[in-house]
Design a protein around this ligand. Structure first.
Ligand SMILES: Cc1ncc(COP(=O)(O)O)c(C=O)c1O
Length: 484
């Protein structure tokens, strides 16, 4: 079947050129914001964010660290948000920000999109957010996803992307009767015991696995991004120990493309999976419907056996997670009618509910109708080009690149440090981390909210005027860097 979808990526980037620039960035000492300028940026928080400070100080008594979310920016202190609409967020002190965090990615239509909210309210008014029994919107959403992504023959909702990944792994193991799961080093697949392995930085294995017994990740393996030779070696070695259940990838590369793939990477992983009898899992938690209504698998023309969804699958409403895929594989999840073969047990009190399903259904329909992923991608292109112009003008070593509406702005390069150089990591991890925090705080003081100071998601609400306004603000920060 020919894919007639449009995609958010105007042209796949020159991956080798990006790696060359990133390598150079990491080689140089970190280029931080000049101290006098940084003081001025931090003064913004003292002068304008009093209520945020009071609230989040109080929260520290009752919530570990004062916030619930790892993405929330905590330097110099967490911000409390009161309102979100379209391209903007407002904090409790009434300050307005351009929102490039977008709740971590689900809101391609822009925040709090009214046509979706109204449909959600109708359902809540009628059935409440949950009944525990089947609701027609579960069917409507599954049918819609199948129309947009024909590889997703069946869909099962989950509570989050993390849960959907857990389900994917369990199903893959049940189906293949193999145990090993291979991931790409540095990729994020949620926080389940078996996936907190090789997190953020490739080669780090159990570095972050505090509180996780060794056995829980003993069947997880990682290979270096884009290293197909290493993947083949793992698949071959695993033949001696019972085989590989699945290879799981983020289709644009680990950490939402922070270490981007070469364009034919996914196709080659597919071929290796076929050769070795492993399932291919696409983790489309970020890329699903963001790269286009056909998602990354449509863009790359690759057919995974299983697809993990999060974020956009419920249009920014809770609970954002689902697993989809080939019928024969998915039937291991059968909770109701016609279960065949061995069952892979998954559950969740709220995993399927009218609220999530109606939100997902109308969000996806609206995204299709408005061409939101493509518009968001155009905004991403404009932002990236503008950032690269600023970088060039000030002769900075920083690197901006994008995969449509996923925009990377590497200044500190924390996640690009190489674990094969442990001395450099020991020396630079902390200062580079702090620099990233400073960059994020400076952007926010200039009215821009980013994802952890190094990534931006653009949405349909980001008109040319919004992007150009943002670029003026980025200019203020980037021109304040040492040596600019
Ligand atoms: C690629 C990817 N997979 C899985 C997850 C986990 O999803 P969740 O946060 O919904 O558990 C994320 C979260 O950001 C993600 O980016």
């Amino acid at each position: 079947m020919t894919d007639t979808q449009q995609y958010a990526i105007s042209e796949w980037h020159d991956t080798a050129a990006i790696y060359a620039r990133l390598k150079q960035l990491i080689k140089e000492p970190p280029r931080t914001i000049r101290r006098d300028k940084m003081e001025a940026f931090l003064k913004y928080y003292d002068d304008h964010c009093r209520k945020s400070r009071e609230l989040t100080d109080a929260a520290k008594e009752f919530i570990p660290g004062g916030v619930q979310h790892n993405l929330a920016f905590n330097y110099p202190f967490p911000m409390a948000i009161e309102k979100a609409e379209g391209a903007y967020m407002w904090d409790v002190d009434g300050n307005r920000y351009i929102d490039f965090l977008q709740a971590g990615g689900p809101t391609v239509l822009g925040s709090n999109y009214a046509p979706v909210r109204e449909k959600v309210m109708e359902v809540i008014n009628r059935s409440g957010p949950v009944t525990g029994l089947f609701h027609e919107y579960e069917l409507k959403l599954a049918q819609l996803v199948n129309r947009l992504m024909p590889n997703v023959e069946m869909l099962r909702m989950a509570g989050s992307g993390t849960e959907a990944v857990m389900a994917a792994i369990r199903v893959a193991r049940t189906h293949t009767r193999h145990k090993k799961i291979i991931k790409v080093g540095g990729a994020y697949h949620g926080w389940s015991d078996q996936m907190v392995y090789g997190l953020h930085i490739p080669g780090t294995g159990r570095f972050e696995a505090k509180g996780i017994p060794r056995g829980a990740s003993s069947q997880t393996q990682e290979f270096y991004p884009n290293d197909l030779g290493a993947l083949r070696r793992l698949l071959t070695l695993n033949l001696l120990t019972g085989g590989t259940a699945a290879v799981i990838v983020e289709p644009v590369g680990p950490e939402s493309g922070t270490r981007p793939v070469y364009k034919d990477f996914n196709q080659k992983v597919r071929a290796l999976c076929d050769e070795f009898g492993a399932l291919l899992i696409f983790d489309e938690v970020v890329t699903g419907f963001r790269l286009g209504m056909g998602s990354a698998q449509g863009y790359f023309g690759v057919k995974p056996d299983l697809t993990v969804f999060g974020k956009c699958i419920t249009g920014g409403y809770p609970m954002a997670g689902a697993l989809g895929g080939r019928k024969e594989v998915m039937m291991h999840l059968s909770a109701g009618i016609g279960g065949t073969g061995e069952r892979a047990y998954v559950g969740g009190t709220l995993s399927a509910n009218p609220l999530s399903c109606v939100a997902g259904y109308y969000a996806l329909l609206e995204m299709e109708k408005t061409n939101a992923p493509v518009l968001a991608g155009k905004a991403g292109d404009r932002l990236t080009k503008g950032l690269n112009d600023i970088i060039a003008e000030h002769k900075l070593p920083f690197v901006a690149y994008n995969q449509g509406s996923i925009v990377h702005l590497e200044t500190a390069g924390v996640m690009l440090l190489d674990f094969r150089n442990p001395l450099k990591i020991a020396r630079e991890l902390k200062p580079r981390n702090h620099m990233m925090q400073e960059m994020g705080a400076a952007y926010m003081a200039q009215g821009i909210i980013t994802l952890a100071g190094s990534r931006m998601y653009t949405s349909m609400a980001d008109t040319d005027a919004v992007i150009d306004d943002a670029l003026g603000r980025f200019e203020q920060v980037l021109s304040s860097v040492e040596g600019a």
